[in-house]
Design a protein around this ligand. Structure first.
Ligand code: SF4
Length: 333
């Protein structure tokens, strides 16, 4: 690469014509950009859009989120998954509300609770034009392919190297556009399985494309095989109310969320019958879930009744939502 500006220009020219019109690209407001960056981590753009709009309508400023109850926050986040992101965003909102005004540099953003390297660099470059590269999963994949990186993409050493490469390519005059363009390239062309190299503005400088190994990169160390688990959930309804248990604050996952009780945790009952089953994966666990439906005379102390019409206002995880979709139509319960 004789002229380091040239790859950046190729990328920016491509982005100018190929960029998707997304709600968070119509603003430089640090709060709105922060919310979008947090929501987009590990979640598809199409899934984020309705959450983003709803969330900002309810929490238009850090102070509004700082003052909210956690249960309301989690119910608005319900279905988006990775709930620690919501709690971290609230912690950051509390710090922002207390300090007044937004930090401007990535280093200052990183000092806020719950804000990591990626988010700090994204907000500082997009909103305050700080020339710092971002490295999310999409950018890491592009960088690994560009240099035909053979190390494990999850290793800290390799990630540091990839970030240096992104930093070397960054156009310091347009860090906002450059970072967004690079993320867009990873999300729309440099796809994990079938990269669309023929459409790519960087195909002329991409080592993996030249070597014909793009789909094989990046290298990922073998993960442990998924564990299969079997669960039986009870969908108990009585007079328009649903029986739910709340996960304790000590549980690592989904603390404070409401879920269906396990059949085994209810007093023995002959009135339950199976109504369906589905599969659900959480990290390295593959659950085979059976849903049983019926009535119960007495609710166990560990559970509470909730109006079915108000379930949407509670924090409820994706597995419970799938089970609720099996609810028999009204009148047949
Ligand atoms: S040429 Fe292909 S592999 Fe290389 S960056 Fe572009 S899309 Fe990715």
């Amino acid at each position: 690469m004789r002229n380091p500006q040239r790859p950046a220009k190729l990328l920016l020219d491509w982005y100018a014509s190929a960029r998707r019109d997304l709600p968070w690209r119509r603003t430089r407001d640090p709060w709105r950009v922060l919310v979008s960056e947090v929501m987009l981590q590990q979640t598809r753009v199409s899934a984020v859009i309705p959450y983003y709009e709803r969330f900002l309508a309810r929490f238009p400023t850090p102070a509004s989120l700082a003052a909210a109850r956690e249960e309301e926050l989690l119910s608005l986040w319900s279905g988006l998954g990775y709930y620690s992101r919501a709690r971290n965003l609230k912690r950051a909102a509390e710090a922002l509300a207390a300090r007044g005004g937004f930090p401007q540099t990535a280093e200052e953003w990183r000092r806020l609770p719950g804000i990591g390297d990626y988010t700090a660099a994204a907000v500082a470059s997009i909103c305050f034009l700080e020339p710092c590269a971002v490295l999310d999963g999409n950018v890491a994949r592009v960088m690994a392919r560009l240099s035909a990186e053979q190390g494990d993409i999850a290793s800290p050493g390799v990630r540091a190297r990839l970030k240096e490469r992104a930093q070397a390519l960054l156009d310091p005059g347009h860090p906002d556009e450059f970072n967004q363009a690079l993320m867009e390239l990873g999300a729309t062309l440099c796809l994990p399985r079938q990269p669309k190299c023929l459409l790519c503005p960087w195909r002329g400088i991409c080592q993996a494309h030249r070597d014909g190994i793009a789909p094989e990169l990046p290298v990922k160390a073998r993960r442990r095989p998924p564990e299969r688990r079997h669960l039986r959930l009870a969908l108990i309804i009585d007079q328009g109310r649903l029986l739910l248990r709340q996960r304790s604050s000590e549980e690592r996952r989904l603390a404070g969320f409401w879920e269906l009780p396990a059949v085994e945790d209810l007093p023995s009952s002959r009135t339950l019958r199976p109504v369906g089953r589905f599969r659900h994966s959480i990290t390295h666990h593959n659950f085979e879930v059976e849903v049983w439906h019926g009535r119960l005379r007495r609710a166990p102390e560990s559970c509470q009744w909730h109006d079915l019409d108000r379930i949407d206002t509670l924090p409820v995880g994706a597995m419970t939502r799938k089970a609720l979709a099996l609810l028999p139509p009204k009148g047949t319960a």
